[in-house]
Write a protein that binds this ligand. Structure first.
Ligand SMILES: NC(=O)c1ccc[n+]([C@@H]2O[C@H](COP(=O)([O-])OP(=O)(O)OC[C@H]3O[C@@H](n4cnc5c(N)ncnc54)[C@H](O)[C@@H]3O)[C@@H](O)[C@H]2O)c1
Ligand SMILES: [Fe+2]
Length: 394
C-alpha cells in the first residue's frame, strides 16, 4: 500500500536559526501578521523575531492575544487584523496555541466564513505563506496539518485536519525554549511523547512515520528529564525541539488515537492545558491499548535501551510501559483533582466527553478500537486510577 508523508517545505534548525532565517523571511512576503501571546512579548522572545525583521526591513503587525488555547473569537479578531493591516503572510512565535491560531486565521482569511464551520470540512483555497517558530517543545504544530480551536459556544475543541494547514517554514531554535518553566517543559514534553507513542501504535502507521516516531521517542527518553531538571541545558533543549518536530511529523501522517481523543474533551470542558490532560490519561489509556501492540512496545523498549537480552516480547513491552510510568512520575505532574475538577461534574460530563471523543475520529485509529461505551468506562477508570494514586501520595 502506498502512503503520503508530508512535512513543511523548509525546516531551519539549530542555535540562532531565527537570525539565520532573514533571507527566508524576505521571500515570504512584505508584511507579516505575527501571531503570539503576551508572555512572548513580555519575555523578549517576540523581540528576537522582530529584531531580525527590522534588520531586513520586513514590515509586521504583532497580534499578541493568544494567551490561552485559542478560541473562535480570537480567530475572528486575527482575520480582521490581517485584512485591516494589509498583511500578506503570517509568522507564529510561541507554543501550540499561537501556531494553531495562525493556521486558523490563514484558513479563514483565504476561505471565508467562520472557523466554527470548518470541522470535518476540506479547505478549498490556498492559504497565504505561513512560518511557525515554536517556543515550547511539545505540540509539533510546526510539523502538522492540524489546528485545534475551541468553539466556546459549544465547548468543543475542534480538530481541524487538512494538508493546507501544514506550514511552509518551520524554524526550530531551541534557545527560544530555555525560559520554559519546568511545569510547561514537563507537560509539553509528555504531549510530544504521546504523539510519538500514538503514531507508532496507530492503525495508520507506516515505515516513514515509524522512523520519525522512533527517533522522537529515543530523544525524549534521553533528554526530557534533563530539560525538566535544568531548563538551561542547551543540549537537552535542542534534542527536545527536534523530538517535538519529529513526533509532530509522525502523528500528522499516522494519526494519534485514544489518548488525544479523550484528552481534548477534558481540555475543552475543564480548561486543563493540553499536555497536562495527555499526561494524566497516559497510564489508564496505555493499559487499555497495550494488549494490541505488545510487539511494537517491545521494539520501543529496544530503542530506549530498557530491553534486556532474553526478554520475551511481553516482558520487553512491559519494560517500556514501566519506563514510561517512571518518566512521567518523575515529572511531578498534577492529578485531575489538583486541577480543580470535581468528581460530581466529571462524572456528569462523561457521556458528552465520550461522544465528543468519538466524533473527533481519533480513538478509531487505535489497534484496540473502543466504542463509545468503552470510552465511558475508560473515563470512569481514569478517575478511579487517580483516586488510588492520590491516596498513595498522601
Ligand atoms: N496543531 C497540532 O498539531 C497540535 C498538536 C497538539 C496540541 N495542539 C494544541 O496546542 C495547544 C497547546 O500548546 P502548548 O502546549 O505549546 O501551550 P501554549 O502555546 O498554550 O503555551 C503554554 C504556556 O507556555 C508559555 N510559554 C510558551 N513558550 C514559552 C517560553 N519559551 N518561555 C516561557 N513561557 C513560554 C505560554 O505563554 C503559555 O502560558 C493546545 O490548544 C493544543 O490543543 C496542537
Ligand atoms: Fe497533542
Amino acid at each position: 500500500m502506498a502512503n503520503v508523508f508530508s512535512i513543511p517545505r523548509f525546516v531551519i534548525s539549530g542555535e540562532n536559526a531565527i537570525n539565520f532565517s532573514l533571507d527566508y523571511f524576505k521571500k515570504m512576503g512584505t508584511k507579516a501578521l505575527i501571531v503570539t501571546d503576551a508572555s512572548m512579548v513580555k519575555f523578549g522572545i517576540a523581540k528576537s523575531l522582530t529584531d531580525v525583521l527590522d534588520e531586513g526591513k520586513v514590515s509586521y503587525y504583532v497580534y499578541d492575544e493568544i494567551n490561552t488555547e485559542p478560541t473562535h473569537v480570537m480567530i475572528d479578531k486575527g482575520v480582521e487584523l490581517y485584512k485591516n493591516e494589509n498583511c500578506d503572510f503570517l509568522i507564529a512565535i510561541g507554543g501550540g496555541s499561537p501556531m494553531d491560531a495562525m493556521k486558523a486565521i490563514a484558513a479563514v482569511y483565504a476561505n471565508g466564513g467562520s472557523i466554527t464551520e470548518y470541522m470535518g470540512k476540506k479547505i478549498e483555497k490556498e492559504l497565504p505563506c505561513m512560518c511557525a517558530i515554536p517556543t515550547t517543545s511539545g505540540t509539533g504544530s510546526e510539523a502538522t496539518k492540524v489546528s485545534i480551536i475551541t468553539n466556546t459556544d459549544t465547548e468543543v475543541k475542534m480538530l481541524l485536519i487538512d494538508p493546507k494547514l501544514m506550514v511552509d517554514y518551520a524554524i526550530l531554535d531551541h534557545t527560544l525554549t530555555l525560559s520554559l518553566p519546568p511545569s510547561v517543559t514537563a507537560t509539553t514534553g509528555v504531549d510530544a511523547l504521546t504523539h510519538a507513542l500514538e503514531a507508532y501504535t496507530s492503525k495508520k502507521a507506516f515505515s516513514m512515520s515509524d522512523s520519525y516516531a522512533v527517533s522522537a521517542i529515543k530523544r525524549i527518553y534521553a533528554n526530557l528529564l534533563d530539560a525538566y531538571k535544568d531548563g538551561k541545558n542547551e543540549s537537552a533543549r535542542h534534542e527536545m525541539s527536534l523530538a517535538a518536530f519529529e513526533a509532530g511529523a509522525a502523528f500528522t501522517n499516522a494519526s494519534v488515537h485514544i489518548i488525544h481523543g479523550m484528552s481534548r474533551p477534558i481540555g475543552a470542558l475543564f480548561h486543563v492545558p493540553h499536555g497536562m490532560s495527555n499526561a494524566m490519561l497516559l497510564k489508564t489509556c496505555l493499559e487499555y491499548f497495550k494488549t494490541a501492540v505488545m510487539p511494537e512496545l517491545c521494539e520501543l523498549a529496544k530503542a530506549i535501551g530498557v530491553y534486556k537480552d532474553g526478554m520475551s516480547v511481553d516482558e520487553g513491552a512491559e519494560a517500556f510501559v514501566a519506563a514510561t510510568h517512571d518518566l512521567v512520575n518523575a515529572l511531578g505532574l498534577k492529578s485531575p483533582m489538583d486541577c480543580g475538577i470535581t468528581k460530581e461534574v466529571f462524572f456528569e460530563k462523561i457521556p458528552k466527553m465520550a461522544a465528543d471523543a468519538m466524533t473527533s475520529g481519533s480513538p478509531l485509529n487505535a489497534r484496540r478500537t473502543p466504542a463509545k461505551e468503552d470510552l465511558m468506562e475508560l473515563y470512569t477508570k481514569f478517575w478511579n486510577d487517580w483516586e488510588v494514586i492520590r491516596a498513595s501520595r498522601s
